[in-house]
Design a protein around this ligand. Structure first.
Ligand code: FES
Length: 129
């Protein structure tokens, strides 16, 4: 059973959509189910000033993506790097054990974006690792 926060974020996702002028795009996919997530970040002076996501996945993956965008907006890159999938699940009021892996999509896509941002311009446009 999903928490009321999961249901809310699934029904009313925050920050959904594409960002044409993103500074970096992160991607993640689940081998378990084939679901995927893209995260778009706008970064100014080492701070995430805007974020959007596109997730093709289950309710838990969409809710995790939405929650993650709320957690990272306004954060410094160093703070965002410390966000884990467990924290995303916690903020959602927990996820059923079988759905815990769904929160990995969001945290992994974020870390992919931050890795690409740190690596420099050649990898910032969402190329695969
Ligand atoms: Fe694929 Fe949830 S079942 S991310």
């Amino acid at each position: 059973m999903y928490s009321s926060k999961v249901i809310d974020h699934f029904n009313n996702p925050r920050n959904g959509g594409e960002m044409a002028d993103a500074d970096v795009v992160g991607e993640a996919g689940s081998f378990k189910c084939g679901d995927t997530m893209k995260i778009f970040l706008k970064i100014e002076q080492e701070r995430i000033v805007d974020v959007k996501f596109q997730t093709f996945g289950c309710a838990a993956a969409i809710a995790s993506s939405s929650m993650l965008t709320e957690m990272v907006k306004g954060k410094k890159i160093g703070q965002a790097r410390r966000i884990t999938n467990e924290q995303v699940a916690e903020e959602l009021g927990g996820l059923p054990p079988l759905k815990m892996h769904c929160s990995n999509l969001a945290a992994d896509a974020l870390q992919d974006a931050l890795d690409k941002y740190s690596d420099g311009p050649a990898r910032k446009q969402g190329r695969a690792k």
